[in-house]
Design a protein around this ligand. Structure first.
Ligand code: NAI
Length: 399
């Protein structure tokens, strides 16, 4: 029977999906340190974590039963992915389960800032009836400039068009335009026409400081700026200058270069106290719906891996999408990627008169992953021979 340990208060659906497939699930609310985790992992095949649990090489060395780790979040820095792969432990995350939540907060902010709701709200809370249309606009007919047309950028494009916005985007990669969105070939072209500029680029190192004084200066007078991507992408001192000068009419910022670790911690930023600036504590993707979607997605990935050997979207193993097995057994073989492994496996099978019904191979760097469906029974000798090949990292037989 498979056993899973789920830490850090995951959404209940993460547990129910695993239990429905007969997995015994142990849950804990907090994270565990190295020693506690290693101890708790004895006899555990699946580990579910969020960002606080560190899955180090030391932990992995002491968790011989572990088959897979699910990061029920986006980031996977907390897992030593290489060490896990080389011990035959697959890792999965939820790369796009919270993207809709980011899109919705972006839309809310675009309307709120274009309408200067922040100021009206603040005034009324302070007891001042500031009824005025000055500086307040509809978003209909205005141009939204999306920088980074990926999972989030594309969804925002579709919903913004439904609101009557005209969408332009700039992406450094070749991207298909959705709806009537217009692709522009440089960031500068986008900055010249956009009434709202919103950043949805990924966190690659080269994006550090990509949006600074020069880019703010190129924005249209009175345009609005949003960053819900990564804090290090934007020079916030430059944003502050452009908000104070009035050149940028409003901004929403959800991500910061140095974010406090814990809820309730104090927060320092150049952007605090600026007019028509919405600051949020990296909650773009934080909704109950996103948590549920993440729970479903990652538990599903873990089950597909242990049940079928499928590694689709694994962040550390070669990716193979697999259906139900076709034969009576499925041999799942993770190995060091050197010439001749596939031939070696097939030779062993042929020598033991085991017929191959289907076979797929994928590689990723120095790892190879071959999945073989066989029609006949496997003797312990076949399994032992494959399991002790010098290149074998892990062999599993699914039946
Ligand atoms: P994605 O990887 O699907 O899309 C990123 C796009 O940006 C890609 O199309 C890429 O080609 C493009 N890109 C990268 N560098 C660029 C550059 N310098 N100029 C133009 N285009 C560039 O990523 P996804 O899922 O859409 O996420 C976007 C960002 O949102 C990421 O940085 C992610 O970390 C962040 N995010 C923030 C959340 C929050 O809570 N605020 C929640 C989820 C994601």
């Amino acid at each position: 029977m498979l056993r899973a340990l789920l830490l850090e208060s995951l959404h209940p659906v993460a547990t129910s999906i695993l239990r429905a497939e007969g997995v015994e699930v142990i849950t804990r609310t907090g994270a565990l340190d190295d020693d506690e985790l290693a101890e708790a992992l004895q006899g555990v095949h699946l580990l579910g974590i969020r960002s606080k649990t560190q899955v180090t090489e030391r932990v992995l060395d002491r968790a011989p039963d572990l088959l897979a780790v699910g990061a029920y979040c986006i980031g996977t820095n907390q897992i030593d992915l290489g060490a896990a792969a080389h011990r035959g432990v697959a890792a999965f995350n939820a790369p796009f389960s919270n993207t809709r939540s980011v899109v919705e907060i972006a839309l809310a902010e675009i309307i709120a800032l274009t309408r200067r709701l922040t100021e009206r709200d603040k005034a009324l809370h302070a007891g001042v009836w500031d009824k005025s249309a000055e500086g307040a606009h509809e978003v209909r007919g205005r141009t939204l400039g999306i920088v980074g047309y990926g999972n989030i950028g594309t969804q925002l494009s579709v919903l913004a068009e439904a609101l009557g916005m005209s969408v332009v985007f700039y992406d450094s990669a070749e991207k298909l335009s959705l709806g009537n969105a217009r692709r522009l070939h440089t960031l500068d072209e986008l900055l010249e026409v956009a009434d709202v500029v919103t950043l949805h680029v990924d966190g690659r190192g080269g994006n550090a400081g990509m949006f600074g004084a020069q880019q703010f200066a190129r924005m249209k007078e009175g345009a609005i700026f949003l960053n819900l991507s990564r804090g290090f992408v934007v020079d916030y001192a430059a944003l502050r200058d452009h908000v104070l000068s009035g050149h940028v009419a409003g901004a929403a910022v959800d991500v910061f270069p140095d974010e406090p670790k814990r809820r309730g911690d104090s927060f320092e930023s150049d952007l605090r106290g600026l007019p028509n600036v919405i600051l949020t504590p990296h909650i773009g993707g934080s909704t109950e719906e996103a948590q549920e979607a993440i729970g479903q997605f990652v538990s599903g990935k873990l089950l597909q891996y242990v049940g079928h050997g499928s590694t689709t979207l694994s962040v550390n193993l070669p990716n193979l999408a697999l259906d139900e097995r076709t034969g009576s057994h499925r041999l799942v073989h993770l190995h060091r990627n050197t010439p001749g492994v596939l031939a070696g496996i097939n030779k062993v099978l042929a020598e033991h008169e085991v017929n191959i019904e289907a076979q797929l191979l994928a590689t990723r760097g120095d790892l190879g992953y071959v999945v073989t469906d066989v029609g006949s029974d496997l003797t312990p000798e076949v399994c032992a021979t494959l399991g002790t090949m010098p290149q074998t990292i892990r062999l599993r037989v699914l039946s």
